[in-house]
Design a protein around this ligand. Structure first.
Ligand code: CAA
Length: 256
């Protein structure tokens, strides 16, 4: 299977498994990722999704270039829309996702990582949106998510030069949350464990509020925050959290 989905304890783990082509995203793999994400959305007892690539060389080298040449324009547009809609599903899953970038993350591979809630990189990870070198521009969300994450000037420079961004620079500019020394999967679990012990519906409220910050005016964003913070306040977990504070004990959240 070119896309594997497993449940490991509290986590769903999605692995791109096409190492012979550096986990490049054929349209068939994109559709498989979409199906796997639909499963993740209804999985019971998972608290986060970890996304990684098989092999020690690449997270994902981007769209499958061999499939792109000679396509009709209408097919190309449908392809971009497919990639965008699959990555939008990832972005808005009910649980947070962490990209474990274990090598090259180029083009659609960087865009896959950008659609995750968080990104961790191995010290040898290399990011890039090299589409310009192919006479193309990013088409799976990169032109929209990268500037929201690292700012317009830096995003444009990376997209217009197509240059590589090594892990240490990626950390410096906020493209990744951290560089992971040691076993990437283990570090990913530890990283996610720092938030997955909290209430899932309340975590989702936080994520939804922050995700809207880049899309709306400050006034509208503040209205969204007022609504979502009130929704969080209505949960039994909020009652438990505040009671635990007053009773000087550890809160026991039940995801309700
Ligand atoms: N599509 C299809 N096949 C790919 C691929 C891709 N994006 N990237 C790598 N491969 C294949 C290679 O063709 C090669 O296969 P063969 O052995 O059959 O020739 C195999 O993976 C190993 O790759 P290399 O021999 O090239 O490995 P390398 O270590 O010399 O180089 C690399 C690694 C620098 C990542 C290089 O493979 C490369 O530049 N890949 C293309 C990266 C790229 O341009 N990505 C953007 C794609 S366009 C896009 O993603 C648009 C979008 O917005 C969605």
């Amino acid at each position: 299977m070119a896309v594997e989905l497993k449940k490991e304890g509290d986590f769903a783990v999605l692995t791109l498994n096409r190492p012979e082509a550096l986990n490049a995203l054929s349209f068939s793999i994109l559709r498989d990722i979409g199906r796997a994400l639909d499963e993740v959305a209804v999985m019971k007892d998972i608290r986060a999704l970890l996304v990684t690539g098989a092999g020690d060389k690449a997270f994902c080298a981007g769209a499958d270039i061999k499939e792109l040449r000679g396509r009709a324009l209408v097919d190309q547009k449908r392809g971009a829309e497919l990639g965008q809609s699959v990555f939008a599903r990832l972005h808005s899953l009910p649980v947070a996702s962490v990209a474990l970038v274990n090598g090259y993350a180029f083009g659609g591979g960087s865009e896959l990582a950008l659609a995750c809630t968080f990104r961790l990189a191995s010290p040898s990870a290399i990011f890039g949106l090299p589409e310009i070198k192919l006479g193309l521009i990013p088409g799976y969300g990169g032109t929209q998510r990268l500037p929201r994450l690292i700012g317009e000037g830096r995003a444009l420079e990376i997209i217009m030069t197509g240059r590589n961004v090594k892990a240490d620079e990626a950390e410096l500019i906020g493209l990744v949350n951290a560089i992971a020394e040691g076993d990437l999967m283990e570090v990913g679990r530890e990283f996610a464990g720092k938030f997955t012990r909290y209430s899932l519906p309340v975590l989702e409220c936080a994520r939804r509020a922050v995700q809207r910050a880049g899309d709306v005016t400050l006034d509208e964003g503040l209205r969204i925050e007022a609504d979502l913070s009130t929704l969080a306040f209505r949960t039994a977990d909020a009652e438990e959290g505040m009671a635990a504070f007053e009773e000087k004990r550890k809160a026991e959240f039940k995801d309700g």
